[in-house]
Design a protein around this ligand. Structure first.
Ligand code: ADP
Ligand code: MG
Length: 499
């Protein structure tokens, strides 16, 4: 999107308040003395120009990011602790074959929500006979509570869901219910059904979980709830997505999540993992969870990113995640827009309190603004009013859209460069087996799913980096809720019972 800033008539309002439905406007504002409108306009334009420059992702920048990703992957595979990328062993080397049969459950604890799912598997011919899923949002206070409170809440949701199991779903005789537990936070896995939480991310600050086996936490909570179910597989959401997607398409080699946070995993040869403790995989391959959210080398960052990072609960950490994932894009935009309001009086002389409130503008809002096709940008106007307390004219709305696009573009393109980094690392070790044939990257997560511009920018970066010929072999495919089914499939493939 290009934009002419000359029309930004700072300070005037382009629609009456009565047109904004469903909002109560009680402005508590700080008033600023503004300079002449020409001054303020030029400082807004200067902020935008600098933002464009700082966020620019031309091919050489993307190339550097992709190369650094590949290098950091190698370092992380060699020795634990030697790289931003933890390159965590998933202990998943038995991927589902299609022969799995019976009733299996999955639980996905991601960030914003948790999802529960059951699936009845019918073996090679019938595959997935039936599935049923539910989603429960996690109350904000539980994100800052104790480990027991959080796990009890989850186990009780799971128990309620299990009560509704009906005729289509049938547990084999003599078996207990088995669960694939998708847990999308960094875990040091010690076996397929145990793993210790390294630290909470994505705004969680639950006390008492870090350093503990999260499978034990869940098993104990299920017991407290009187729910007869046991965890058979602990999987990262990327690993679940990969397993779920590969069940249908054997060319899937990488899975990427772009939701509240971000992460990626891929199929690695065991002989390419120097830190591997002995021979753990019969198949010769295993899935590596990169924890790429912690990547940080060569990223084009701005003062707004640094400010957000400093104010975060994990300063200096998860920098890639903070640049490209759903939890943060809206907040970066808010910070830029606030600066435009403060030093450039973008919305006149007053700064609404809502705009000064961290995370008042969220990624779904900036996405919705970018979908506005009305001549007057009415949706942009109402979102700015409802979410940030801003009354805006046409010029200001265009300016905000330009900021949204800049941040979404940088995020999408950097995510694309990260994917190319993984592909490049795999190709270097297995010449011709990645770029020389069809290779599928399974994608999931609310950001990828719902933000069309972001998706396009991501794909564009992959094409820019690989060129038209190679990128034809690389298929980026949305694998919706693949991680749920994938976790259930991994519970089945790693069942405590012999088939
Ligand atoms: P999680 O990452 O918590 O497992 P999801 O994969 O469903 O959950 O992703 C939810 C995230 O996706 C939200 O936090 C938000 O950042 C992003 N998101 C959701 N809806 C939209 C939307 N309409 N546009 C852009 N981003 C969205
Ligand atoms: Mg998720």
């Amino acid at each position: 999107m290009s934009m002419t800033t000359a029309s930004a008539a700072v300070g005037s309002v382009c629609f009456p308040r009565s047109r904004i439905r469903g909002s109560s406007f009680h402005p508590r504002m700080s008033i600023r003395s503004s300079g002449s409108s020409t001054d303020t306009l030029s400082s807004v334009t200067q902020i935008l120009t600098k933002l464009h420059k700082d966020c620019a992702t031309p091919v050489p920048v993307l190339r550097h990011v992709a190369d650094s990703m590949a290098n950091d992957m190698r370092a992380g595979l060699a020795v634990d602790g030697s790289s931003d990328l933890k390159m965590i062993l998933s202990y998943v080397d038995a991927l589902p074959t299609g022969n799995e049969k019976g009733l299996f459950y999955a639980l996905d604890l991601g960030g914003t929500n948790f999802r529960v799912l059951r699936v009845q598997l019918g073996g090679t011919d019938q595959r997935v006979i039936a599935t049923e899923a539910e989603q429960v949002s996690i109350p904000q206070e539980l994100m800052f509570g104790t480990s027991e409170e959080l796990f009890d809440f989850i186990a009780s949701g799971l128990a309620k869901f299990a009560e509704k199991e009906n005729g289509e779903f049938q547990l084999s005789q003599g078996r207990n219910r088995e669960l694939g537990f998708t847990f999308s936070f960094p875990v040091k896995q010690t076996s397929i059904d145990s793993g210790v939480l390294i630290k909470w991310t994505k705004g969680f600050a639950v006390s008492g979980t870090a350093g503990r086996d999260v499978v034990a936490c869940l098993n104990e909570a299920m017991k407290r709830q009187g729910l007869e179910m046991q965890v058979s597989a602990l999987v990262n959401d990327t690993v679940g997505t990969l397993a779920g997607a590969k069940y249908w398409d054997n060319d899937v080699m990488i899975a990427v999540i772009l939701g509240t946070g971000t992460n990626a995993c891929y199929v690695e040869r065991t002989d390419a993992i120097p830190k591997l403790p002995g021979q753990i995989s019969k198949s010769g391959t295993t899935i590596i969870n990169t924890e790429w959210g912690a990547f940080s080398t060569g990223l084009p960052l701005t003062e707004f990113d640094r400010g957000m990072d400093a104010a975060s609960i994990n300063p200096g950490e998860q920098i890639f995640e903070k640049t490209i994932s759903g939890m943060y894009l809206g907040e970066i935009v808010r910070r830029v827009v606030l600066e435009m309001a403060e030093t450039g009086s973008l919305f006149g002389s007053s700064i609404p309190e809502k705009l000064q409130t961290p995370f008042s503008l969220r990624t779904p809002h900036i996405c919705a603004m970018q979908q506005d096709t009305t001549t007057n940008l009415d949706a942009v106007g109402s979102i700015l009013f409802n979410e940030a307390g801003i009354e805006s004219n046409m010029g200001a709305r265009k300016m905000v859209l330009e900021v949204c696009d800049t941040i979404a573009k940088r995020g999408g393109r950097l995510a694309g460069a990260g994917i190319v980094g993984i592909l490049q690392k795999m190709e270097d070790d297995m010449e011709g087996l990645i770029f020389g044939k069809r290779t599928v990257v399974a994608m999931d997560g609310g950001l990828y799913e719902n933000y069309p511009q972001y998706r396009t920018y991501l794909q564009d970066a992959v094409t820019d980096l690989l060129g038209p010929a190679l990128s034809e072999n690389i298929v980026i495919e949305h694998s919706k809720d693949g991680s749920g089914i994938g976790a259930a499939l991994l519970a089945a493939a790693n069942s405590k019972y012999k088939p």
